[in-house]
Design a protein around this ligand. Structure first.
Ligand SMILES: Nc1nc2c(c(=O)[nH]1)N[C@H]1C(S)=C(S)[C@@H](COP(=O)(O)O)O[C@H]1N2
Ligand SMILES: [Mo]
Length: 313
């Protein structure tokens, strides 16, 4: 794990002159800000990313290309193939968008997405995403800490968990017309996991609003857990005192637990989790050893003190 993080390293130090920066400059220079991203992703939301800072929590790894990040996806609402989301997610309308926040908090309500984003300090954070299927990539997200949003609605003292729900709109999400998963996709975190500064809500990547296939217009990113926890296209967040049900756990409880912390020592029943295939590294590249908590242990290991992670996987 040593060397996994260099908080003093700026994003510009690791990717001096990458294509995305040019794209952002071009977009910023154009009067019609909308055009740049809307050409590629017709249904992108009108979230104003405005200015954002570089996060001290970024990994120092080289991000995957914009192409990799937006064409190799899991988003079962659009199909189970890795290229289905980039093929079909343009059908999703993400503007207008609102998020209902309910349950055990002082300020429940249905909030317009722009209203939320305007109040949250935006940062760019480069995080490794480790899928339970044993591949990984590195993504330069733009988002804000989930803690900021939760503090805004003020959890009540008895709240212990946060539940999340994805949009259910079969007209636009083609695989929701099938019974492949039990829609809507749902996920959950313990409240202390949700409040950890590593947990973010992403509204953009590579300097642009979130492409639909990556979970537009707002998705969770929890970098020390397997990718399936990072639920996309969120319409509802609930504070509760009971452990939320989660989509993959309900389908296959012995394969996907509630915690889903990246753990090289606990194998998936059908394959090892000890190493990962780095997307974009090329066919003959060596697999990379997977790190406990995906390399984020210094920030999150204490959340699980005293827990047996082979039982609570
Ligand atoms: N609503 C929803 N969220 C989801 C998924 C999904 O199928 N539906 N897939 C998850 C899985 S398994 C992974 S690995 C990540 C992939 O995120 P990415 O496509 O942006 O890389 O999204 C997660 N969030
Ligand atoms: Mo995944």
């Amino acid at each position: 794990m040593p060397g996994a993080f260099k908080p003093d390293l700026k994003y510009s130090d690791v990717t001096p002159h990458s294509a995305w920066l040019n794209r952002r400059q071009i977009m910023a220079g154009a009067a019609g800000l909308v055009l740049g991203s809307q050409l590629a992703f017709p249904a992108s939301a009108a979230v104003n990313l405005g200015g954002y800072s570089q996060s001290i929590y970024s990994t120092d790894e080289e991000p995957n290309s914009f192409e990799d990040v937006t064409s190799y996806n899991n988003f079962y609402e659009f199909g189970s193939g890795k290229s289905d989301p980039s093929k079909y997610a343009s059908a999703l309308t993400t503007d207008p968008w609102s998020v209902e926040i309910d349950g055990m908090c002082r300020n429940p309500g249905t909030y317009n997405l722009e209203e939320i984003v305007e109040q949250m300090p935006l940062e760019e954070r480069i995080y490794r995403l480790r899928c339970v299927e044993a591949w990984s990539m590195v993504v330069p997200w733009i988002g804000f800490e989930l803690a900021a949003l939760l503090n805004w609605v003020e959890p009540l003292p008895g709240a212990k968990y946060v539940a999340f729900e994805t949009l259910h709109r079969p007209d636009e999400m083609r695989a929701q017309r099938t019974g492949y998963l039990d829609w809507p996709y749902i996920e959950g975190l313990r409240l202390d996991e949700a409040m950890n500064p590593l947990t973010i809500m992403a509204v953009g990547l590579y300097g642009e609003v979130l492409p639909n296939q990556n979970g537009a217009p707002i998705r969770l990113v929890v970098p020390w857990k397997y990718g399936f926890k990072s639920i996309k296209s969120i319409v509802k967040i609930s504070l509760t005192d009971t452990e939320p049900r989660t989509t993959w756990n309900e389908i296959a409880p012995h394969e996907y637990g509630f915690y889903a912390n990246v753990n090289p020592e606990v194998s998936h029943p059908r394959w090892s989790q000890a190493s990962e295939r780095v997307i974009g590294a090329g066919l003959f590249a060596a697999r990379k050893p997977t790190l406990m908590f995906n390399g984020y242990g210094e920030y999150v290991a204490q959340l699980y003190d005293g827990m047996d992670l082979t039982v609570l996987y």
